[in-house]
Design a protein around this ligand. Structure first.
Ligand code: PMM
Length: 288
């Protein structure tokens, strides 16, 4: 179905950290094992159809991933990652969609930018494969730099912080410095606190509580938040002691999107687009 109620258009390539409306990044995981939608869009043709649906529902950006980052996940081979994402990137880029690719690999980043991706979403913020910073610098695309401490296999052991908010801000700032040293212009960098990555449930909530601190600290940069369907929401919304299943966490996700929009986030990353886009339009009207 196509929807036509696009009220406030924003340009995802505009580097203004505070556009008239918080953008919506729709997630398409071309993977068999993501926690949130694992296996649903593993076939590239199905993934392309799903991405086009999300665009019709109002996604400003489509984030295509070929490697699951769920806690404990094994790494995907590079060839396999490329094989999953390239057809999707090519099809969407030729539709004129702003495509982001969720990858930690410099080789994948290079190939997807060549295929038309405009954003490299590196959950490792340049730590997994530092060469990615040079690739991004050389191509001039935008770069999502997330707070990250280690690969999926080990990350849930890397949760010791003096003060989670101050430490995440300081570690991101160091990663931003490294990105700028590699030649990525500051306005091309989009920061992300990395909710769910090397954080306990309580630490996730502390970071979310401190959205105003985070947004102020990086006020000259674009900030994206990724909370969609994550486990801490499943725990919060548990029914009779059972975590709420991932596909039933969208209302909680949308509530947090609304909260981030009220804190002037640049973008929210979400699996469900229609209701999140509606929420972003509504808050934009309130803040106008
Ligand atoms: N979370 C996941 C994957 N990629 N990228 C960014 N920038 N921020 C996030 O919080 C984030 C991400 C977790 O997996 P999912 O694709 O199933 O949501």
């Amino acid at each position: 179905m196509f929807y036509t109620s696009i009220v406030i258009a924003v340009d995802p390539s505009d580097t203004n950290p505070h556009p008239a409306r918080t953008l919506v990044m729709g997630v398409v995981n071309v993977t068999p094992n993501s926690f949130s939608d694992g296996g649903m869009w593993a076939d590239p043709e199905v993934a392309i159809r799903h991405a086009r649906d999300l665009v019709a529902q109002g996604a400003d950006i489509i984030d295509v991933g070929g490697e699951s980052t769920r806690p404990g996940a094994a790494r995907t081979f590079e060839d396999e990652e490329l094989h999953r994402v390239l057809p999707v990137v090519k099809a969407l880029a030729s539709d004129g969609v702003t495509v982001s690719v969720d990858t930690m690999r410099s080789s994948v980043a290079e190939a997807v930018v060549e295929a038309g991706a405009r954003i490299v979403n590196d959950v490792s913020g340049g730590k997994a494969d530092p060469e990615i910073l040079n690739v991004v610098a050389g191509t001039g695309v935008d770069y999502v730099l997330m707070h990250w401490r280690g690969q999926s296999a080990t990350m849930q052991g890397l949760i010791h912080y003096e003060d989670v908010v101050a430490d995440v801000i300081s570690e991101i700032s160091q990663q931003v410095d490294a990105a700028q040293t590699a030649g990525i212009e500051r306005e091309r960098i989009i920061v992300d606190p990395g909710i769910g990555f090397s954080k306990t449930t309580e630490q996730n909530w502390q970071l979310i509580d401190a959205a105003d601190v985070f947004q102020k600290e990086f006020k000259d940069l674009r900030v994206v938040w990724g909370v969609s369907r994550k486990r801490f929401l499943g725990e919060l919304l548990a029914d009779n002691g059972q975590d709420r299943p991932a596909l039933e966490r969208d209302a909680g996700t949308m509530a947090l999107s609304t909260y981030f929009a009220l804190h002037h986030a640049w973008c929210v990353r979400t699996h469900e687009v229609r209701a999140n886009r509606d929420a972003m339009e509504t808050i934009a009207r309130v803040l106008a």
